[in-house]
Design a protein around this ligand. Structure first.
Ligand code: SF4
Ligand code: SF4
Length: 427
């Protein structure tokens, strides 16, 4: 099977995966969702409140180190096989422009469309219109990672109430139209920062597109099939270039040319060690092992923190009054911000664990999933606690906020400062 066919199959698999993923839920939670609407981040079926985004740095580290590792091992494998820009370019150029509207030939990407003919101009406009409709669908698919499909389609039924969402989706489609239809491969060559940094990550074991100079010196027919088919308009025979997106179309083209002479392609997906130095490719370099260990450590942290996930969030602030005194009774006031991070409703209560202290002015209350409230809570005591006649005494109380339905599981213990007035103030 040619590399091109393998790429098309990979693109189909990635596209289906990205389209289906937003619809998959576990216990009502999505596999990947960053909802600003509900202030939630869903990952692998776990729901995290935005305040719990300590997982995000680990995901970003995995992303970056993953890019380093894949580049060191497989060159610009991302660009040629998985980058959305490449996939959309193939959709527009190879499927819409070439197959559907016959505006260009897949095997010759150098030749520009002949716009002298009105027929071609009309076809190009139709191709762009059709592709923009497709981009609107792709932009909607992108939005489902921020507004889940079950909400997205409901919002679409009331467009005037969700204008921002609709305008944002259209803006994403227009941006994609600009990069895919207008800037084309120039986006990869001039705009994408990854193309600039990738070459410093290459070493002799990196697998990438290589022209066999030794064989090429006598066997190359100079047919230029490899140049004509190249989407970034380069000649791989001149060596590795920053423009090469590792699509391997040149390797396929040369395979066809060389097959007529019963020989293998002069352009291979191989490493310098294998191709030039006749040594086996070794992916177990110290650098690659360190990358892999870092990724494994981040995955470990994510699993650990997921297991430590809080079932509710509580934040406690003191009010501006330090304390209130009524005879022997001393009160401190607090504002408790409590958020239910679970996907079912709970009724919450507060208990002060320290002897002689009690929470007052507080009644158990129910919070719906992801709901957050502020509650004023008074903690009071009648027991003398002062250590000094001239200074207030700071005490630390242990307060637990818990759900009445599952007090052992849905519970959060907080340390709360209680200021007891100096003796001279107590009657
Ligand atoms: S040189 Fe080959 S692999 Fe690189 S972009 Fe051109 S056709 Fe693709
Ligand atoms: S396709 Fe192969 S034979 Fe033809 S010019 Fe390129 S490297 Fe040479």
């Amino acid at each position: 099977m040619t590399y091109t066919k393998k790429r098309y199959l990979t693109y189909t698999a990635i596209t289906l995966f990205c389209m289906v993923l937003p619809f998959i839920t576990i216990n009502g939670n999505h596999m990947l969702l960053l909802s600003f609407d509900k202030m939630q981040f869903h990952f692998l079926g776990f729901a995290f409140a935005i305040q719990e985004l300590y997982l995000m740095p680990f995901l970003l580290i995995i992303l970056f180190i993953g890019i380093f590792l894949s580049t060191t091992m497989g060159g610009r494998i991302w660009c040629g096989w998985a980058c959305p820009q490449t996939i959309f370019r193939v959709l527009f150029r190879d499927l819409v422009e070439s197959k559907l509207f016959k505006l260009r030939r897949i095997k010759n990407k150098q030749k520009e469309i002949d716009y002298e003919s009105y027929g071609n101009q009309a076809k190009k406009l139709l191709a762009m219109g059709l592709f923009f409709l497709l981009l609107l669908f792709i932009a909607s698919n992108f939005m489902w990672y921020f507004v889940p499909p079950e909400d997205f389609f409901v919002y679409l039924q009331n467009p005037m109430e969700h204008l921002f969402l609709i305008l944002f989706t259209i803006t994403v489609a227009v941006f994609l139209f600009y990069t895919v239809v207008l800037t084309k491969e120039d986006f990869c060559v001039y705009f994408c920062p990854y193309s600039r940094v990738q070459s410093v990550l290459y070493d002799d074991n990196t697998v990438h597109v290589i022209y066999d100079e030794k064989r090429g010196a006598t066997e190359c027919t100079s047919c230029d099939a490899c140049v004509k088919i190249c989407p970034t308009h380069i000649d791989i025979k001149k060596g590795l270039q920053v423009e090469c997106i590792n699509c391997l179309e040149c390797a396929d083209a040369c395979t066809g040319v060389m097959a007529k002479e019963g020989k293998s392609s002069l352009i291979q997906w191989s490493s310098s060690n294998q191709m030039v130095h006749n040594k086996p490719t070794n992916h177990f370099s110290v650098r690659n092992i360190m990358y892999a260990v870092s990724i494994a450590a981040c995955i470990g942290f994510i699993l650990f923190f997921s297991a430590q996930k809080e079932y509710l969030l509580v934040n406690v602030n003191r009010t501006t009054n330090l304390y209130k005194i009524e005879d022997k009774l001393v009160r401190n006031n607090y504002v408790f911000t409590i958020q239910n991070t679970q996907d079912r409703a709970y009724t919450y209560d507060i208990h002060v664990k320290n002897e002689f202290f009690e929470a007052k002015r507080f009644k158990p209350f129910t919070l719906q999933p992801n709901q957050r409230v502020k509650k004023v809570v008074t903690i009071e005591t009648t027991k003398p606690m002062s250590y000094s006649n001239s200074k207030d005494t700071p005490l630390t109380l242990n307060v637990s906020v818990f759900a009445q339905q599952e007090p052992q599981k849905v519970v959060l213990n907080k340390k709360v400062a209680f200021i007891y007035p100096r003796d001279s103030l107590i009657k």
